[in-house]
Design a protein around this ligand. Structure first.
Ligand SMILES: C[S@@+](CC[C@H](N)C(=O)[O-])C[C@H]1O[C@@H](n2cnc3c(N)ncnc32)[C@H](O)[C@@H]1O
Length: 192
């Protein structure tokens, strides 16, 4: 346990990371099985997951947040060195959506959007309209349903379930995949 004395407040290289403490094991597998060309993280917070992704993924990578105050200096340094793009703004604001779509989703190659911001259901609905076949979109604090959430005691947040995005899943032809990621409260969908 760390200084925050919370399971969710794991420190990755000294940076508060709002993930399960074993998230690198799962993300190592996720990255190596998928060979993504680009990654967008929505919801930077202090930047622990950002730093992990920067250390383990060499392609174009952006992280987005409406708040740039709490980001750790080590992560701000990645932005200053142009190793990671920081997109500052609301995840649903049209100029932000357009930027992510034009630079990260539309070009050829496989992208994953990691939705860990404030309005996950709406974000999945908005961004999945633009995915190409084979692209993936994932949401954190995801459980298949409330039974899955209630039958565990490792994670305290359920902000999105399969049912809560069933309209989007159907409309955009999304298929649940990478199901091992459910162990760490990430639901991943592939555009079919
Ligand atoms: C749970 S934290 C992200 C955790 C981070 N990915 C990690 O693994 O440590 C959620 C972040 O989303 C940001 N956020 C909330 N609503 C947002 C919005 N509408 N647009 C952009 N960012 C938002 C918050 O400022 C906060 O930093």
């Amino acid at each position: 346990m760390n200084q925050y004395n919370q399971k969710w407040a794991f420190e990755y290289e000294g940076i508060l990371t709002q993930q399960y403490d074993n998230f690198p094991t799962y993300f190592d597998k996720f990255l190596s099985l998928n060979n993504f060309d680009r990654i967008v993280e929505i919801g930077t917070s202090y930047g622990g997951l950002t730093l992990y992704l920067s250390n383990n993924f060499s392609g174009p990578f952006a992280t987005l947040d409406m708040d740039n105050v709490k980001i750790d200096p080590k992560v701000k340094d990645l932005f200053d060195k142009n190793l990671v793009e920081f997109i500052h703004g609301d995840e649903l604001e049209s100029s932000i959506v357009n930027h992510v779509v034009d630079k990260y989703i539309t070009p050829p190659g496989k992208v994953v959007l990691l939705c860990d911001g404030g309005v996950k259901k709406d974000t999945i609905k908005e961004y999945s309209k633009f995915l190409k076949l084979g692209d993936k979109i994932a949401a954190h604090d995801f459980f298949i349903d409330s039974n899955a959430f209630n039958s565990q005691n490792n994670w305290e947040w359920m902000q999105i379930t399969q049912d809560s995005i069933s309209d989007t899943i159907k409309k955009e032809n999304l298929l649940l995949c990478d199901e091992y990621m459910l162990d760490i409260a990430w639901g991943v969908y592939e555009k079919k």
